[in-house]
Design a protein around this ligand. Structure first.
Ligand code: HMG
Length: 384
């Protein structure tokens, strides 16, 4: 039985900061960001948008198409948790009107957790092939103002259903995975922005890739030539390019563009979406590949700092284009509003009230759902 991703939809904030604006404010060459980092824009969530609203907005198109029929679990991957106890997925369960007979849980291992969720979802579906699992990865990437990580911020969510006989991607059983207890990137509970040993993190990302690939190749007997395309975890697009250059030594610029270029298009404008990044890359590839990828195998590399890496693969299913949300994704990215530098800093510095009183937030542009306020330490969500 084939198991894998049946449909995938993504969402990012309706606001972005152009990295040329950031470059001017920080006194650096715009090409450091546009070329050196490979990023043009970063998604910035307004005060009434968070991981819950982005997650629900990402999954909403799936609901509209009736994709929740048979869903028995919602696995919510994030490292931007909003509560130490209640899973962010519980709020999403309410907003989307998911059935009472639904397991809901939140998973964390930096950017890797959505891949852990995918694996768990496949296990559940294998035990009960008529059921489905909804996986949502949603994150806000936030670093200190003026720090080297600042240009690699972003936000977004990817929602996908995992089922038997999937319409998009049948996941292969083989995988290579690697864990090592390192401090390359972390966020203590008392901080709202991540700490990172930036250069070191890029080295660990590559080491985990090479170790995972070695295992995958040994287990599957496949070589790089067996793949039509590759999708990488995308903290910034240049990182994915460098990773592929390490894996496929001596690859030409033309070949590099062919095998990963389409997967990088959305991330170049949304920025790092942590746990969602790899899956936004997958949506970008499937939506934008000019060639029909039906029947072709693609390689995927998931990386979460701290760290866990996994290389796995899947076969794109014939007719997959009929199950995409390409038009919606392009319209979302094209319709966003640009922030001035002052607006960006004001939003960055907006602190959520912690006094337990009643607070209503100003209404910004969001998707179908918004974070309306806080009452008695309870987050209040609603429709826009
Ligand atoms: P930096 O030190 O400011 O940048 O931070 P740099 O000086 O190394 O410059 C970057 C590149 O731009 C260099 O190219 C420069 O040469 C080039 P490279 O040598 O790397 O090929 N450059 C220019 N190019 C063209 N025109 C110019 C120009 N000027 C310079 N004028 C760093 C870079 C990545 C360290 C920083 O952005 C950072 O700390 N980012 C956050 C950490 C990160 O994203 N790490 C990635 C791996 S870890 C990961 O992926 C996990 C993560 O997603 C979290 C999770 O798992 O939850 C982060």
């Amino acid at each position: 039985m084939k198991t894998g991703i049946d449909q995938i939809s993504f969402y990012t904030s309706q606001y972005f900061l152009d990295l040329k604006t950031l470059a001017a404010a920080r006194g650096v060459e715009p090409d450091k960001f546009y070329v050196g980092i490979g990023q043009e824009k970063m998604g910035i969530p307004p005060p009434d948008e968070d991981v819950v609203t982005m997650a629900a907005s990402a999954a909403f198109p799936l609901k509209e198409q009736g994709a929740f029929e048979g869903v028995e679990a919602l696995l919510f991957a994030t490292e931007s948790g909003i509560d130490q106890s209640k899973a962010a997925g519980m709020f999403v369960h309410g907003l989307l009107g998911l059935p009472e007979r639904c397991r809901v849980v939140e998973l964390k291992q930096a950017c890797y957790s959505a891949t852990a969720a995918l694996r768990m979802a496949m296990g559940l579906v294998a035990m009960k092939p008529k059921s489905k699992v909804l996986v949502i990865a949603s994150d806000v990437a936030r670093y200190a103002l003026g720090s080297p990580g600042e240009s690699t911020q972003g936000c977004g969510a990817a929602a996908f259903t995992v089922s038997a006989d999937p319409r998009l991607l049948a996941i292969d059983p083989e995988a290579g995975f690697y864990a090592d207890d390192v401090m390359d990137f972390w966020r203590p509970n008392y901080l709202s922005e991540a700490l990172v040993d930036g250069k070191y993190s890029t080295l660990v990302y590559i080491k985990a890739l090479l170790e995972s690939w070695k295992q995958y190749a040994a287990e599957s007997g496949r070589s790089l030539n067996d793949f039509s395309r590759f999708c990488y975890h995308i903290p910034f697009t240049r990182m994915a390019e460098k990773a592929h250059q390490k894996l496929a030594k001596g690859t030409s610029d033309e070949e590099l563009k062919k095998v990963i270029g389409e997967s990088l298009l959305y991330s170049r404008s949304a920025g790092n979406c942590y746990s969602a990044s790899l899956y936004i890359g997958l949506a970008s590839l499937l939506d934008n590949a000019a060639e029909d990828l039906g029947g072709k195998r693609i390689g995927l590399y998931s990386y979460g700092s701290g760290c866990v890496g996994e290389f796995f693969s899947g076969v794109v299913q014939p007719g997959y284009r009929d199950a995409l949300f390409a038009g919606q994704h392009r319209a979302l990215l094209a319709g966003r509003a640009e922030l001035t530098f002052q607006q960006y800093e004001d939003i960055y510095n907006y602190g959520l009230p912690t006094d337990g009183g009643d607070h209503t937030f100003a209404q910004y542009r969001t998707g179908p759902f918004r974070f309306a306020g806080i009452q008695g330490h309870k987050r209040i969500y609603g429709s826009r």
